[in-house]
Design a protein around this ligand. Structure first.
Ligand SMILES: [Zn+2]
Length: 294
């Protein structure tokens, strides 16, 4: 687990690791960390193995033909430029994340990918990602720890309310926006799962994080984690904790649970859980479309 701790320590210095093919996360080179430690960008650097592995082309359940589904109402849900762009990147996705499965629908595509994260881990992070063909709608992904006999949702830290989808970056930061590289998105998700692994094994979330509500900070952050306010370079105990404790906690809890999170519970929708357990057809994308909120 040396690599886990080393990457965690680099993330604490706002230095981002390398993501290799298959979603393997490795520490950044020391020199790139020292030069990048002041950067606030939430990007990952990708080091690709040189590979001659050919893309085998459609097989099995990959690249299924279009399944027509009726669009609801008259809202245009497809932007053909975005569709072409995503489809053109699928070979690169297959190279970066081998064994990716893809399902095409009228409104967008589903991708099922696996990230190894760390060699010898004994489980993989499996992502079900929805890419709508319209920039108006948000990309969504759910992540699960998987083995041949075991599936477990990864959350609730840094997932969205109420559907438990991944919150790997602040949409307002424009770290990734619709139309950007799918591989970059999957790399960001791999890093998110890696941070969860660090939380599970080392007991703390490594690196900068955005947790804006005082009640959420009090209930989720450890003293030795980076604060979730605008001053993420400070630890929570040295930043907002005293102020958060001095507030009216009942009012903060009510505000967070009733106004911000519609009850405060997070869990993947039943259809997503059913798919990930049984691996049949993913549910209709149209059921999961929601507007991008910036
Ligand atoms: Zn703070």
């Amino acid at each position: 687990m040396t690599i886990l701790r080393e990457v965690g320590a680099q993330l604490d210095h706002d230095c981002y690791p390398r993501i290799h093919d298959g979603g393997v996360v490795l520490p950044a080179a020391a020199v790139s960390c020292s030069t990048r430690s002041k950067e606030k960008t939430n990007v990952t650097s990708r080091q690709r193995r040189s590979t001659t592995r050919p893309w085998q082309g459609p097989s099995g359940r990959q690249r299924q033909a279009y399944r027509p589904r009726p669009a609801r109402g008259a809202t245009p849900v497809v932007c053909s430029g975005l569709q072409k762009q995503y489809e053109a990147e699928l070979d690169a996705v297959q190279e970066a994340y081998p064994d990716t499965e893809c399902w095409h629908e009228i409104e967008g595509m589903w991708l099922l990918t696996e990230s190894t994260l760390l060699h010898g881990l004994g489980k993989k992070a499996t992502f079900l990602t929805m890419l709508p063909y319209n920039k108006k709608f948000a990309v969504k992904s759910w992540c699960f720890w998987t083995t041949p006999i075991f599936v477990d949702w990864i959350g609730p830290r840094h997932t969205n309310f109420p559907d438990g989808s991944i919150c790997a970056f602040e949409p307002r930061d424009k770290t990734w926006i619709s139309g950007d590289s799918i591989v970059k998105l999957l790399d960001l998700y791999s890093l998110w799962a890696f941070r969860h692994l660090h939380l599970e094994i080392c007991g703390r979330w490594p690196g900068y994080q955005s947790v804006r509500h005082p009640y959420e900070r009090l209930t989720e952050l450890r003293d030795d984690e980076h604060c979730g306010c605008a001053h993420s370079d400070r630890m929570y105990a040295d930043c907002c904790k005293k102020r958060d404790l001095a507030r009216d906690k009942t009012a903060d809890a009510r505000d967070f649970l009733l106004n911000i999170t519609e009850g405060g519970l997070r869990e993947p929708p039943k259809d997503i859980l059913k798919f990930i357990r049984h691996r049949e057809e993913p549910p209709p994308i149209i059921n999961f479309l929601s507007q991008v909120c910036l």
